[in-house]
Write a protein that binds this ligand. Sequence first.
Ligand SMILES: [Zn+2]
Length: 304
Amino acid sequence: MELALKIDVDTHQGLEVGVPRLASMLEREGVAASFYITMGPDNSGRAILRVFRNRGFLSKMFRTKAVSMYGARTILSGTILPSRPIALSFPGVIRDLKTRGFEVGVHGYDHVRWQDHLDDIGDGGIRNELGDAFEAYRAIVGEPSKSFAAPGWRTNNAALVALDAMGLDYRSDTRGVAPYRCVVEGRLLATPEIPTTLPTLDEVMGRRELRDDNAVRDFYLGLCKPDALNVHTIHAETEGMGQLESFTALVCALKERGANFVQLREVAWRLNRAELPAFEVIRTTLPGRAGWISAQGPARAATE
Ligand SMILES: [Zn+2]
């Protein structure tokens, strides 16, 4: 069984606290992983306000224990308290990940702006978000990022095309079943898309049948396909903080079953782009997640 851990870092607190904890645990267990860092301001308070505006917010707040998970400072960030920079507050943490052999990529600039307003900001706004994010990464790491993971698994045609022009090794913007190349308005893009294949913990937390850590662990073990690449997205703010113990138990159980942990860049390097299947990118919804996400859609025969 092959498993890629994709670790999204959405907040100031996630990078400050969650990332070092996850890195220590993964290093101790000898497990490879790929981190995707939000490079701009932490406006996560605005995202939490959005959750309040959605129906069912109370059950979600209780289910995910938002306040205890994120802390009051994060909940208010970008609302009544000013937003703090994420990556630029902790460049040492990011460089340390690289030094320790972890993969580090870009998870957008303003996570909340991308997730909530991607379709409103236009081609120029998208280019600005990407430009600022990749510039901040280059300034911190000293070399360009070769990968991108869309905030909130949200993308659109303009973003897909703009990212394709950047010549990345791959991107991981969608939910799906296996690596593919995106078809946008009949055109086959060059960059491989490596989708997240498993549900996230915050999507399944609170399900009646998943009452304790053992049940969660067995749930994920049952979902991992033995003969395929499994991509599991975790969050520095969740699995790196309140759920670290539970996540560590899952990692150990996967190791016991002989799972081979790979970084997404290793997956990308071995892909033969000419042989990758072509798929449209569609919008859909997922149980336990508010709003739409981008997903691997119908197969398409596309001309280059
Ligand atoms: Zn994110």
